[in-house]
Design a protein around this ligand. Structure first.
Ligand SMILES: Cc1cc2nc3c(=O)[nH]c(=O)nc-3n(C[C@H](O)[C@H](O)[C@H](O)COP(=O)(O)O)c2cc1C
Length: 234
């Protein structure tokens, strides 16, 4: 077995130390998640039944076998690693295949870890990018990229902390605003065409896509991402 198993970009299983190593984000596994992952990696290419996993994790516990517990643990690992590396076999076993691991290893060698440059990438994108925080009062803007500021003519000081409705005037159809309101309330993505305005009053026809962003550990809504694509100017 190799010393490092690449589970996905930037995340490795260190076979010597038996632990998860991540070059960017800090990933914390619970004891049962850690044990499950170790068991699957120790058995590369061999299906491990849910029962075996259960026995391995809870050997010192008298509780009765419950497949739901294992399904839960696996889905938590999958969410934390953001990877398809753990496959289900006929609903009763799980497997980590070495060909997938070697694909990832090749990919990891070819692809640099982009997390260091993520902010530069977003800042230099040629679409407006805006992030709002729905955990704060009135879902205010907490970040916008250069293109957004250049397009609408504002500086950070003027707009951070405000709800993005300041971008439109009274000529936007209530039907569109109502669709946005509903998708935000229901935490669903939406794309609409909307009449936005610059600080000095110029109309910018915008295709706006809003995506809810969830915490990968606990599934809670943390941000909304807005992409403002200019489709026409007057
Ligand atoms: C990420 C994000 C981006 C948004 N971008 C715009 C925008 O470009 N123009 C706009 O008029 N409203 C935009 N909105 C919608 C408003 O912030 C607000 O949700 C909408 O006006 C409905 O709420 P209200 O009825 O309280 O105004 C955006 C919302 C989010 C979450």
């Amino acid at each position: 077995m190799k010393n490092q198993i690449v589970l996905c970009n930037g995340i490795y299983w260190d076979c010597d130390k038996n632990c998860l190593v991540s070059s960017s984000v800090d990933i914390k596994l619970t004891q049962s998640e850690h044990k499950t992952l170790k068991l699957l990696i120790d058995n590369l290419d061999k299906p491990v039944s849910m029962n075996e996993i259960y026995e391995y994790i809870f050997w010192d516990d008298d509780r009765e076998y419950n497949p739901k517990t294992i399904r839960n643990i696996i889905s938590k690992i999958r969410a934390k690693l953001n990877t398809e590396i753990i496959e289900n076999i006929y609903g009763c076993a799980y497997i980590v295949r070495s060909n997938k691991v070697s694909q990832n290893t090749l990919l990891a060698k070819k692809l640099p870890d982009i997390s260091e440059y993520l902010i530069d990438i977003i800042d230099q994108a040629q679409n407006g990018i805006s992030i709002t925080n729905p955990r704060l009062q009135d879902n205010p803007l907490v970040y916008c990229n250069m293109y957004f500021k250049k397009t609408f003519g504002y500086s950070d000081d003027e707009i951070l902390g405000k709800n993005l409705r300041f971008l439109r005037q009274s000529d936007t159809q209530e039907e569109i605003v109502s669709k946005i309101r509903t998708s935000i309330r229901e935490q669903l993505p939406i794309t609409v065409q909307i009449r936005n305005y610059t600080k000095d009053g110029k109309l910018i026809h915008t295709e706006l896509t809003i995506s809810p962003i969830f915490d990968r550990y606990n599934g809670e809504l943390i941000y909304f991402l807005g992409i403002q694509k200019v489709i026409g100017r007057l």
